[in-house]
Design a protein around this ligand. Structure first.
Ligand SMILES: Cc1ncc(COP(=O)(O)O)c(C=O)c1O
Length: 419
């Protein structure tokens, strides 16, 4: 029997949605208020904020804010109107593209309105039905969605596992030999959930054995890794082996927008064929001017990246010294793995927020295996060593309560009371 399309929304709200009643406004869709900084306000209370990707502290930097305000006054939020190809093209868009390309050591670059739909559309444009995609199984949702548009074959390889990659390259090669297509390999520069760098060097080394092109999503590496923050490819000395480099403005650049960079012929092809840019309004001028300023800060203010890493090292070394499991992070992303159920995780996070004034993101099953709690901390250049020390102390306290069953006991009451 036929159903109403919406019936299933009432029957099953989804893996996160099913917690909505207990979690909405607190664990999900929380409202962080006040200027973006190391300390913000949550439900009227000041908290040390470890959950925004403003790595270099540009979000609220006075010079950046000034340029943003002037650009808004000069251009408003409409200019330019239309898609780049039709009526939304300007000198400043081209200038930003030239500067970004130079910064990441590529011939050419192209602006994208958003990271998510931009890379999705990049994947879509790079492959045709005869081509084969081989991608890391832990790839970000935007890559997965790009792959979903692909009409040909795709294979995943185990996360950062070069043996598995090679096995899948062999499968891909067999398919491509039959279809007459090519192969696209996709990794991230930094995996944003657990902080591991993609094994770009090892992937690139396989180019001597297999014929493939390499796309890297460096959302978290851009601005934080490599000389001046040119990213994970530069950090690992393989930027030239990355055929298409992607980064978003939503993290180190503290803005909105993104770009891809590659050889000129590749970018020219993408400019004329990428649906997300051909059929969408051009990036607003406010954001273009703001990005030019931010890029200037990346190039000329090395002290911001130095301060970021001072905080990263203090936090990660402190956590390790105190016996916390922070996995294999090789970036600013700082995961803390604890054992516990979802209700225990909720009680723990509430304790962190209410009694220790610490706000960090919490990740539970199904994103990570059942029985694990992942607290994800993002240090930035705006944090102080005092913030780090307060946080280390609080973490010592919550671990003790997790281990002695305090959270298990109160989690029942909490489930009813939270909201
Ligand atoms: C790895 C990765 N790629 C792409 C994106 C999407 O970028 P944007 O927020 O600019 O749409 C994100 C998240 O923001 C990300 O973490």
């Amino acid at each position: 029997m036929m159903k109403d399309l919406f019936d299933r929304f009432y029957e099953n709200k989804g893996p996160v949605g099913k917690w909505a009643e207990q979690a909405e406004g607190y664990f999900v869709f929380p409202k962080l208020e006040g200027p973006i900084s190391n300390r913000m306000f949550f439900m009227g209370k000041e908290v040390i904020t470890w959950s925004v990707n403003d790595y270099l502290g540009l979000a609220n930097h006075p010079e950046v804010r000034k340029v943003d305000a002037e650009a808004a006054a000069q251009y408003g939020s409409a200019y330019p109107m239309g898609a780049r190809m039709m009526s939304g093209h300007t000198d400043l868009h081209e200038q930003l593209e030239r500067e970004l390309a130079k910064f990441v050591n590529k011939e050419s670059a192209y602006l994208l309105n958003f990271g998510y739909q931009g890379i999705l559309s990049t994947v879509d444009t790079l492959v045709g039905k005869d081509d084969v995609i081989v991608y890391d199984v832990d790839a970000h949702a935007c890559i997965v969605d790009g792959v979903r548009l692909h009409l040909g074959k795709r294979f995943t390889y185990k996360h950062n596992d070069i043996v598995s990659l090679e096995k899948n390259l062999q499968r891909a090669q067999r398919v491509a030999e039959q279809t007459g297509g090519g192969i696209l390999v996709i990794s991230e520069g930094v995996f944003g959930m657990r902080g591991e760098q993609g094994k770009l060097k090892e992937v690139a080394a396989l180019k001597s054995k297999y014929n493939f092109r390499f796309l890297v999503d460096d959302a978290h590496g851009f601005g934080t890794l490599g000389k001046n923050g040119a990213g994970a490819g530069v950090e690992q000395g393989v930027q030239d082996e990355i055929d298409v480099y992607f980064a978003t403005f939503a993290k180190s650049m503290a803005s909105t927008g993104a770009f891809i960079a590659a050889d000129k012929e590749i970018i020219d092809y993408l400019r004329y064929n990428m649906r997300s840019q051909m059929f969408a309004k051009s990036l607003q001028m406010q954001l273009v001017k703001g990005a030019l300023k931010r890029l200037d800060m990346l190039r000329n203010r090395p002290e911001l990246k130095a301060k970021l890493w001072e905080n990263v090292n203090a936090l990660q070394n402190g956590l390790k010294k105190n016996g916390f499991d922070i996995g294999n992070t090789q970036s600013c992303v700082t995961p803390v793995y604890l054992k516990g159920s979802i209700p225990e995780a909720m009680a723990l996070v509430k304790d962190l927020r209410e009694n220790h004034s610490i706000f960090c993101s919490i990740v539970v099953y199904p994103v990570i295996p059942k029985g694990l709690i992942l607290l994800r901390l993002i240090p930035t250049a705006t944090h102080s060593l005092e913030d780090v020390n307060e946080t280390l102390e609080a973490f010592g306290n919550i671990r003790e309560k997790l281990e002695n069953g305090t959270y298990r006991r109160i989690s029942g009451e909490l489930m009813a009371a939270v909201k």
